[in-house]
Design a protein around this ligand. Structure first.
Ligand SMILES: Nc1nc(=O)c2c([nH]1)NC[C@@H]1CN(c3ccc(C(=O)N[C@@H](CCC(=O)O)C(=O)O)cc3)C=[N+]21
Ligand SMILES: [Mg+2]
Length: 296
């Protein structure tokens, strides 16, 4: 018995299609065009690839895309000045500053400078607090994408045992909050967790977000469980550079009920949710109803 393979690429295309329909309606009925500004500091090649595909998909759904590329030597003050201008720009509804930033800058200073209502990454402490207290928040894109996949697969998640492996601010912690919000019993495990295998074996839902290539073997997975693999690790295999997740796909797919592949699982959902968040931010700032099925 093999697991059902969750097609994140196809689901992400469906999400972007729904975003595009809503964007077209906003334009027609209100003359509003949602705008997303992406700021890239420095020339990290992987970041450039993501920024390019974000820009392309932003335009494909009918939104305005604003790209700002700054030299790696730019000062924090200059970056903060750009953020201030984007905060004040009524054509910009979403702001994403690509992380990581060069070492001479404080990421938390920069994130805190973003208008929380334009913080489409959901990294601002206001949004972290809003999510934790059950208020309307901007929700981090990767965990939101995982939640959408899980809801699509299971309908209600109420009462399920969920184990999140990883406690990062970007994925693990917000993922745990979202699963709690959907009435799961949530365990957050990490690199220091005792008897990690036994903890994971209890889970109906496993979200792996540790950033360690193939660290979850199939014999940790309860038969029939759903495995969501957030990892994107570049490793060398037979002299080739390949992408693998945080779970050992081959052995986990033998035991799981459903599993996300890498690539083509969570990654495409992250960008789709960035567009969904930009649309949500635009609707909220204009006092219009939020898009259904595209928020937490
Ligand atoms: N402020 C900020 N927000 C981010 O959301 C953010 C960031 N900084 N810095 C970099 C990471 C990385 N990230 C990815 C988005 C999509 C894929 C994606 O679509 N991956 C595809 C293709 C992977 C490939 O072939 O390289 C997949 O998994 O199928 C991957 C990674 C967003 N990030
Ligand atoms: Mg961690």
């Amino acid at each position: 018995m093999g697991a059902r393979v969750i097609d994140g690429k196809a689901f992400a295309a469906d999400v972007r299609g729904r975003v595009a329909e809503h964007v077209a309606r906003l334009k027609e009925e209100h003359g509003i065009v949602p705008g997303l500004a992406v700021v890239l500091v420095g020339e990290d090649p992987a970041s450039q690839v993501y920024v390019r595909s974000k820009g392309k998909m932003t335009k494909e759904v009918g939104m305005a895309s604003f790209e700002h590329r700054l030299d790696a030597s730019v000062s924090e003050a200059e970056l903060l000045e750009l953020v201030g201008r984007l905060n004040a720009d009524p054509a910009v509804h979403g702001i994403l500053v690509q992380l990581p930033l060069p070492k001479h800058m404080s990421e938390s200073n920069v994130i805190t400078a973003i208008d929380p209502d334009k913080d489409v990454d959901g990294f601002h402490i206001f949004n972290v607090g809003r999510l934790a207290t059950g208020q309307k928040a901007m929700v981090p894109c990767t965990p939101l994408g995982c939640l959408m996949l899980l809801r699509d697969l299971h309908g209600s998640l109420s009462g399920m045992d969920a184990v999140v492996i990883g406690r990062s601010n970007i994925v693990g912690k917000p993922m745990a909050q979202l699963l709690l919000g959907d009435s799961c019993t949530v365990t957050v495990a990490h690199s220091r967790t005792k008897d990690l295998a036994d903890v994971v074996r209890r889970a109906d839902l496993v979200v792996a977000a540790v950033g360690r290539a193939e660290m979850v073997p199939g014999d940790w997975i309860k038969p029939g469980a759903t495995v969501i693999d957030v990892g994107i690790n570049r490793v060398e295999r037979d002299g080739k550079n390949v992408l693998v997740g945080d779970v050992d796909y081959a052995s986990c797919a033998e035991v799981a009920g459903a599993i996300t592949p890498v690539p083509g699982g969570v990654g495409p959902m992250t960008i789709a949710c960035l567009l969904a968040n930009t649309l949500t931010a635009c609707c909220r700032s204009n006092g219009l109803p939020e898009p259904e099925g595209l928020t937490a």
